[in-house]
Design a protein around this ligand. Structure first.
Ligand code: ADA
Length: 558
């Protein structure tokens, strides 16, 4: 299973081998598990460049070859023929293979993590751009047409729950198709019997094209999704032939809740929420960004145990299994399109908008149904202080709203007293580091920022401190309270969090950061980051807790 529930009862999935061949120029042939980061191989721990990861698999007929994430330039070929390329480590992509012969086929993934002029989002940065097939890859067996995606939007109207379903079906044949499309809402991913709601209607799809179908269903007798009781339901879409025999299906999981901003308050499932949480990079000691499920689950346990209720997937869309866990545990998610501190020159590059649009579109198309996602984020600390930057923010925010008009939008700014894009979003968010980069009293710093926000487009909007924190090297304990010590970090966080929670206009805080992460060692980041890590985690990269953990837990559980 590539998700934490069945996504098909009819469409067959074909697993690919667990270990593939790896070729790196100038090295002997190696093996590599899939998924994993190439950097987990000790001799390649610092490798930047190209590699080819390949395997063989028997399949036949029409198939979809799916990659949940490849870092970060990928070229895919089957039996020596290139199917296509993909940019960006954090997005799902797939290719259709038509009429494959019944034999063993060779699958090759050429990937590269070199920063080039053409790459505007993956740049030397304060996190690491890992190489390889870092998220699951597999094959789906399809027929002449298949259900590409389902988007479910539950809403409460006139005292009743209803949902809007949009279903996208693609016909991959050279002839037009006529089918019956069915949708069952159930409380199980294993059967469509005992459905709560059902709809069925004939559809026509032109040759080699996709069509979207929209409809509304009444859903009486459902249980709402609550953070402390995260009940979820399943939408089973089925495509049937003219004899009404189902030949394809797709199952999505969702919850009945709305996420809304009303004035300066954020509501989730009808209740006002106060954000208490963490920024989390997908990075784990020894494993890089390809985090095993058990380790993702441990992160969730630690987040829960700290009393936090929210995770921000800085600064890119996450592995869906982590989002599935957040759904199951009732942890709110701020999911973010890929970007961190892109300067104006890069934002002016011809690839910036196309690469950003792709990251955002993949994120929303694939993660639309996660009930825990309460806000979409974008462009962390980019150029939101001049007209050119504003035009980029505006275009991408409009894109988010066109893909999902039902969730609020935010971005994390660091431009104290000079941001000009605050009017564009539903929630204003600021990253700030008083007591770390700025030697100023925390409360005054927060207050000063809010005063500017209120007169520059952020009036009567919720305000989140999207990053705050301080660095500490795990195990460095002193009685002088000096910088980089666990004592200093614990004290800084206590003052920072207390200041934020004491301010009446703050709707929540996200600590920078959950756990230490590797930073790029090719540029000056390494100069500013002891151990070539961003050490502001309240856990180290092995998830060993620092002194600050107890302080945070005390404040979060108060
Ligand atoms: C920024 C940024 C983070 C991280 C942090 C820091 O605000 O958004 O990615 O770099 O600062 O540690 O300085």
């Amino acid at each position: 299973m590539y998700r934490l529930f069945n996504t098909h009862l009819i469409r067959k999935e074909i697993a690919l081998p667990d270990v593939w061949d790896l070729r790196v120029p100038g090295k002997d042939e190696l093996k590599i598990p899939v998924p994993s980061c190439v950097e987990t191989i000790p001799s390649l721990a610092n490798y930047k460049g190209e590699c080819v990861i390949s395997t063989n698999k028997r399949f036949e007929g029409h198939c979809r070859l799916i990659f949940k994430g490849v870092g970060f330039n990928a070229e895919i070929s089957v039996d020596g023929e290139t199917l296509g390329t993909h940019y960006g480590a954090y997005g799902e992509f797939s290719f259709i293979i038509k009429n494959a012969e019944d034999k063993e086929h060779s699958i090759k993934v050429k990937c590269n993590n070199t920063y080039s002029e053409e790459s505007t989002l993956h740049i030397p940065n304060d996190y690491y751009s890992y190489l390889g097939i870092t998220r699951p890859a597999y094959i789906e067996k399809i027929n002449e047409a298949y259900i590409k995606w389902i988007h479910i939007t539950p809403y409460f109207k006139n005292g009743e729950w209803k949902l809007n379903a949009e279903i996208c079906v693609e016909n991959i044949e050279d002839f037009d198709g006529e089918y019956n499309l069915k949708l069952f809402i159930t409380d199980s991913d294993s059967t469509v019997e005992n459905f709560l709601s059902e709809i069925s209607f004939p559809v026509q799809i032109k040759a080699n094209s996709e069509t979207r179908f929209n409809f509304t269903l009444n859903c009486p007798y459902i249980e709402e999704y609550k953070l402390n009781n995260p009940v979820m339901y399943f939408a089973h879409a089925r495509l049937c032939d003219k004899q009404n025999k189902a030949f394809d299906d797709l199952i999505e999981r969702f919850g009945f809740r709305e996420t809304k901003v009303v004035g300066n308050k954020i509501f989730f499932g009808g209740e006002e929420i106060k954000i208490k949480g963490f920024n989390r990079h997908e990075d784990l000691a020894d494993f890089g960004s390809s985090i095993p499920l058990a380790a993702m689950h441990r992160d969730i346990m630690l987040i829960k145990d700290s009393g936090a209720n929210t995770v921000r997937t800085c600064h890119y869309p996450n592995d869906e299994r982590f989002l599935d866990l957040c759904d199951e545990y009732g942890i709110l998610v701020w999911e973010e399109g890929h970007a961190r501190a892109i300067n104006e020159e890069r934002m002016r590059h011809k690839n910036f908008l196309p690469q950003s649009r792709l990251s955002i579109t993949e994120m929303i198309t694939n993660h639309f149904n996660h009930p825990s996602i309460f806000v979409w984020g974008l462009l962390n600390e980019c150029v939101s202080f001049n007209e050119f930057g504003r035009s980029c923010y505006k275009e991408l925010i409009d894109l988010i709203r066109s893909l999902d008009p039902h969730r609020p939008v935010t971005f994390a700014s660091c431009h104290l007293k000079r941001d000009i894009c605050l009017d564009l979003v539903d929630i204003v968010s600021y990253n700030m580091y008083p007591k770390w980069y700025e030697d100023e009293p925390c409360y005054d710093y927060v207050d000063d920022c809010i005063k500017y926000v209120k007169t520059h487009g952020g009036e009567n909007k919720p305000f989140i401190v999207s990053e705050i924190g301080a660095g500490a090297i795990y195990g460095y304990r002193t009685n002088t309270n000096c910088i980089w010590s666990e004592e200093f970090q614990a004290e800084a966080l206590e003052e920072q969090l207390t200041a934020c929670f004491n301010h009446k206009d703050v709707n929540g805080v996200l600590i920078w950061q959950f756990a230490d992460c590797r930073v790029d060692n090719t540029v000056d980041w390494s100069m500013r980051r002891p151990k070539t890590q961003n050490n502001k985690g309240i856990f180290d990269s092995y998830r060993r807790d620092k002194l600050a953990y107890k302080v945070v837990k005390d404040i979060f559980t108060k």
